[in-house]
Design a protein around this ligand. Structure first.
Ligand code: ADP
Ligand code: ASP
Ligand code: MG
Length: 421
């Protein structure tokens, strides 16, 4: 099995010719294409973008919960489906929605063509279920350019590609965002617009903090930390890719015309009014406590599995680390194989305070821990980066911690939005 390293910058074959003027990639998430009426609305939106004069590429996710349904179906048939076959199955959801959008576009007297990820040239490594894009290949790109030159709208099925050994792969949950950004980079698009069911990136998940504010602008670094720590509005890899290739991302609502949130290079004006961009959370975290193995052996075995370890906590005693819940089976297999004495701590969630302003303003940690003390909360494990403070608390305390910190950092005030021209 070959896996690409976390930091690698995926190769993207752009045209030798100068970039085509006015190319836009528009991506629509599952809720935006959940039923036939919504599909027709997405088609109308793509046609409007086309008529405004752009070269338009649409990337769509599977309809509503279709991917979940396909995963559940596989598990009804087989308790541990073969990863290759699971990818064959779940990649279908995006083919369905993208063909339907193309049909609806034709009904609006505009030509369209739908392509699978593989036809569009999306080449990945061979890790089924969470493949990384290694290249967007020229023949696929040429096909897209040709269709755009013929005045067509091009629809690409998100979340999938073809591996370097010619199998169909999927890019991990939420992966259609990554397809969209990779195509935007390869086509030298002016911007990549991510249409979703919220108005943009908020100071916290608007589903649990009703007075969270929509951010006007977020830096790539902040968005990377937010995406890595639970703000699922953008898939982590899509943000890495956007940063590495300088793709301007605009997260906005499918259901309104309003401006959403721009993800771009850090700009001093972002930090003038608010040092903190947001408070993010996850409700389920797999935290492992391991004894009896060598640290280096453990982490190299996990890397090989491959399990992407999230947080490692340094203690004198056992080794503590967290890893994605989806990697639970692989992690357990590695720990058993190494003969480790281990257990998984159940029932923990993670809360993170994120903001580029932390780099230059002391006192954020002090305010975080004072707030937790006032709330009567004891953080169990703490991990930091230059722009993040994260800690673990019992699952049923996560919401209280998020709301308390959101208040303490005054993130429901107008200044938190970082509005500037
Ligand atoms: P899509 O299907 O369009 O890809 P997702 O469900 O993947 O949409 O992502 C959108 C969801 O992300 C929102 O409905 C929201 O609940 C959640 N979310 C979590 N944190 C944030 C945040 N900080 N800002 C905006 N949305 C967030
Ligand atoms: N349909 C896939 C998922 O549910 C990919 C996506 O929505 O971006 O994860
Ligand atoms: Mg998503």
């Amino acid at each position: 099995m070959s896996e690409t390293a976390f930091e690698i910058v995926p190769a993207v074959e752009t045209d030798e010719a100068p970039p085509h003027v006015g190319t836009l990639v528009l991506k629509f998430g599952g809720t935006s294409v959940a039923d036939p009426e919504k599909i027709r609305r997405v088609a109308a939106r793509l046609v409007a973008a086309k008529r405004a004069g752009g070269r338009v590429v649409g990337v769509v996710s599977a309809m509503g919960q279709h991917t979940d349904e396909l995963v559940a179906l596989a598990r009804e048939v087989s308790p541990r489906p073969e990863p290759r076959e699971l990818d064959m199955l779940i990649s279908v959801g995006e083919r369905v929605s993208c063909a339907l959008v193309a049909m609806a576009i034709s009904d609006l007297d505009q030509q369209a063509i739908s392509l699978t990820g593989s036809q569009a040239g999306i080449v990945t490594d061979t890790v089924h279920g969470k493949a990384k894009i290694v290249e967007v290949r020229a023949p696929g790109l040429a096909r897209i350019h040709q269709a755009l030159d013929e005045d067509k709208i091009v629809l690409v099925a998100g979340f999938q590609g073809v591996s370097t050994d010619f199998n169909i792969t999927t890019l991990g949950r939420g992966g259609s965002d990554t397809t969209a950004v990779a195509l935007a980079a390869a086509l030298s698009a002016d911007a990549c617009e991510i249409y979703t069911d919220v108005d943009g990136v908020f100071t916290a998940d608007p589903r649990i903090v009703p007075d969270a504010r929509k951010l006007h602008a977020v830096s790539y670094e902040e968005m990377l930390e937010m995406a890595a720590s639970g703000a699922r509005v953008l898939a982590l890899r899509s943000v890495e890719f956007a940063r590495n290739h300088g793709v301007k991302l605009h997260v906005r609502s499918t259901f309104t015309e309003e401006t959403g949130t721009w993800i771009t290079e850090e700009d001093e004006r972002m930090l003038e009014k608010a040092m903190i961009s947001g408070v993010t959370h996850t409700l389920e975290e797999a935290v492992y406590r391991v004894e009896g193995v060598d640290r280096a052996d453990l982490f190299s075995a996990l890397a090989e599995a491959p399990v992407s370890v999230d947080t490692i906590i340094q203690t004198d005693g056992p080794i503590l680390f967290s890893a994605p819940v989806e990697d639970r089976e692989q992690t357990a297999a590695v720990l058993e194989r190494l003969g480790a004495k281990w257990n998984e701590q159940d029932g923990l969630g993670k809360v993170s305070v994120i903001g580029a302003g932390m780099k230059s303003h002391p006192g954020i940690a002090a305010r975080t821990f004072a707030t937790l003390r006032d709330l009567g909360l004891e953080p169990q494990l703490v991990a930091t980066s230059p722009i993040k403070i994260a800690f673990y608390v019992p699952q049923d305390e996560v919401e209280r911690a998020v709301k308390g910190l959101h208040d303490a950092f005054e993130l429901s005030s107008a200044d938190a939005e970082r509005g500037h021209a």
